[in-house]
Design a binder for this molecule. Sequence first.
Ligand code: COA
Length: 373
Amino acid sequence: MNIDTLRNEWEELSREYTELETCNRRYIELLEQLHSHQQKCFNEIKHQRYRMNQITASLRQFKGPFDPEEKEKVDDLQRMTLKRKAQLHEIEQSLPAKSGRYLQIILGDVNVSILNRNDKVRYKDDYEKFKLILNVIGLIMAFFNLIFNYRALELTFIFLLVWYYCTLTIRESILKVNGSRIKGWWRAHHFISTVAAGVLLVWPQGEHWQLFRLQFMYFNVYISIVQYLQFGYQKGLLYRLKALGERHNMDITIEGFHSWMWRGLSFLLPFLFIGYAFQAYNAWTLYKLAYNPPDAPWHVSVMCGLFLLLFVGNMTTALLVVPEKIRERAKERYRLLSMGKSMKLRKEMKNSASDLDISSSTNVVPEPEKKEN
Ligand code: COA
């Protein structure tokens, strides 16, 4: 190889670099356009909400008696309002959202928005899998702790609980930024569980701990089994959600989604209520331990309060789930419809973009083979 060959190669590389620069400039232009389109969408959404609120307020003042034709028009407007709210919520899912205070403290000022509905579903799927794996590990460790009474094993298990619940709070905050309707209590539940696991970690080994230890391990075994059932339920919902973006007749899958959800809930709820009764029982045992044997460490009363809080919060929230689902049936239908349409659209766009890529790459004149020296 002589120096001229190297110069030629360098010039060829420089030509390719100019192409790269052009491509990058185009990319930056698109990013700028993306930003201005995002702003436009935000403004339009605000406008839609403002006008819709005005129409709803006027509709509320519009009092009867209605003739049947007028009643039908009023019902129609209410239906369209519900549908538009779901559509706007779905449009928001393709736009960036600001992180909450908790995420900003932990992660700093970083954008955690996922701008594609299909990727959001995938992230949720990943969250459910993470919970499943950690639950299986937790179940095995709780089981070993039932057989062996080693402090190191016990502390490893409790430390795993602290880390697991802490991680859940972060993942759930990211899900929330990305439009999840997870209730405040379930998130609070995981914050409280982190605190509870922290208290357990510093609870000194002594008579009180030994009296509570076995019951606590049995409780963990039961909770792991219930969480496995919860995983089955959420996985089934996610599977049907993915199917919404694939089928042609969406009504059929929405019906399928609902009937599966009700069947899943009626199977799961009794197990959950037994778990909550177990939490109340834990609180009761700890309450008795706070007085007898004497000189109980502070951890006993704090854990008693935390289990009671978890019992009350879980019970109330789980009891409210069913009536709320019945009340918001129509809203939920429009939500699923908009979600399914958006997933389908994104898939079609992705497919047509990759088709375009293939056809443009097949139209390119093949490069002459480079000489290998
Ligand atoms: N943890 C995390 N996310 C939860 C959740 C929980 N416990 N409960 C509901 N969600 C999520 C749902 O996945 C859904 O997410 P999405 O908006 O991204 O689709 C959103 O919150 C709204 O859910 P919702 O429709 O209100 O309820 P659901 O049908 O998904 O689930 C229950 C209802 C009762 C089955 C569920 O809340 C549950 O399993 N609760 C029990 C939790 C518990 O007590 N754990 C301790 C065991 S003793």
